[in-house]
Design a protein around this ligand. Structure first.
Ligand SMILES: C[S@@+](CC[C@H](N)C(=O)[O-])C[C@H]1O[C@@H](n2cnc3c(N)ncnc32)[C@H](O)[C@@H]1O
Length: 439
């Protein structure tokens, strides 16, 4: 197996399999896995494959299998490389990846899994049923040998690509294993109470009343003990709560805009942090976004919460196209990044990204920072945020920025010049640094 297993995408039409069968679920999940292996983003494929239109239990099962199979991708691919003397067509390869993930997660149902995966393979290629059956049965029989084999292979053991593991070892010599382990967990679910509508104490009481046990974290984020669909959150449609990772909820607090200030959220879609800024103070907010489709989501987010902003479509690297020349008092630069701190929410990115992409993100980020700096008022502050755990996008980026700009001063947040939040049971991975323009 290679560091980056990109192959040609070829999504197969779903053959006739009973919609309530495991074979059908495996087959639909395999179509998504196949597309990701071919280089497509999972969210886009969920949309194209119309997964959201499936009945809720089937949809849940398909997504569960897909996410799990992508988390375990390196393991399944390693096992198949060992077992197959010549490659299978991509969709059948994906069916086996999904089946191998399921076998590891539910060994108690091995017989059914093998039977249903072989049925799914047979629906596409009856002549390859015996091969599929042989591989899956061999894995069941020689479980201990495969475990040992995977244990020795870093990608399989950590369920992350080798280049990613190497970067993390350098960036986080003491924590890299914990970060990788957290990246393989199911993500936590945190809520943000809309403090314009209710107090934190009332918000907590309403969640308790709705049967949603939770904890209130230091920054006021409400961490649910168990993730739930949003329709179980009381008053969600009326804007009482938003779903937002607890790590992301530091942004508004640390930028700390004051009443009447001009604030720019420079990379704003889907608008989670814009909304939080608007909930926290009466400010004049410009929400800028490069991607017009994503920009529409900012409007949706704000409308649900009864908030408004000047939403603009534009490139943060080119203020001449969207800026009226009036300096901003505060800027939130929540820049595009590798998203390595949120890989457990998007397990496809581990296999879609390449090591060389990181330098590309860093170059984009420094261009955005340099351009935004001109739009900041003297004495104003800019909060730099990524959801990355790689130094090139975080501490190195800010060190280089300060070296380029003599009028930039780093400001301590809660006693620290920067905050590298590592993903754990409470929050995702984020990086924060606050900069003041001195003149
Ligand atoms: C990390 S996401 C922002 C998340 C958002 N702040 C929130 O909390 O909901 C980064 C966003 O920046 C946008 N983007 C990427 N390059 C940009 C650019 N040059 N100018 C403006 N927006 C950009 C992306 O399309 C993406 O929506």
């Amino acid at each position: 197996m290679t560091d980056h297993p990109r192959r040609r995408a070829r999504v197969q039409p779903t053959p006739r399999l009973p919609a309530d069968s495991l074979a059908y679920t495996i087959d639909r999940a395999a179509a998504l896995v196949e597309a990701v292996v071919g280089g497509k983003a999972l969210t886009e494929m969920i949309h194209l494959e119309r997964i959201t239109e499936l009945p809720a239990p089937v949809r849940g099962a398909v997504l569960d299998l897909t996410y799990g199979s992508l988390r375990d991708y390196a393991r399944g691919d390693r096992v198949l490389a060992h077992c197959l003397s010549k490659p299978l067509p991509l969709h059948l390869h994906a069916i086996l990846l999904v089946a191998l993930h399921r076998l590891e997660a539910r060994p108690d149902t091995a017989h059914t899994i093998v039977d249903q995966a072989v049925t799914a393979v047979g629906a596409h290629a009856p002549g390859l049923k015996a091969v599929a059956n042989g591989v899956l049965r061999k894995v069941g029989r020689e479980r201990a040998m495969f475990e040992q084999m995977l244990e020795k292979d870093a990608q399989s053991h950590h369920r992350h690509p080798n280049w990613w593991i190497r970067l993390l070892e350098t960036a986080q010599p003491e924590h890299w294993q914990a970060v990788l382990a957290a990246g393989n967990q199911h993500p936590p679910m945190a809520l943000r109470a809309n403090l314009r509508q209710l107090s934190l104490a009332d918000a907590s009481a309403q969640l308790t009343e709705a049967g949603l046990s939770h904890r209130i974290l230091d920054n006021g984020a409400l961490l649910l003990d168990t993730p739930v669909p949003v329709d179980r959150i009381p008053g969600f449609a009326e804007g009482r709560f938003s779903v937002q990772d607890a790590g992301a909820q530091w942004a508004a607090q640390w930028l700390a805009p004051r009443t009447g200030e001009r604030v720019l959220d420079a990379c704003a879609a889907p608008g989670g942090k814009s909304a939080h800024l608007l909930e926290s103070a009466d400010i004049a907010l410009t929400a800028l976004e490069l991607d017009p489709t994503r920009a529409r989501r900012i409007g949706d987010t704000l409308a649900r919460l009864g908030l408004s902003a000047d939403v603009r479509i534009g490139d943060a690297r080119h203020p001449e196209h969207w800026w009226d020349g009036q300096p901003f008092d505060r800027i939130l630069a929540d820049v595009p990044c590798s998203a390595s701190g949120v890989a457990r929410r998007h397990p496809d990115i581990k296999w879609l990204r390449r090591a060389t992409d990181i330098a590309g993100f860093a170059a984009q980020q420094s261009a955005i920072l340099d351009a935004l700096w001109h739009t900041l008022a003297p004495g104003g502050t800019m909060l730099y945020v990524t959801c990355s755990v790689f130094d090139a996008e975080n501490r190195d980026q800010i060190a280089h920025f300060c070296a380029r700009h003599a009028d930039a001063r780093r400001i301590a947040i809660q006693g620290r010049m920067e905050h590298q939040l590592l993903p754990d049971a409470e929050h995702d991975g984020f990086y924060y640094a606050l900069l003041e323009k001195t003149r």
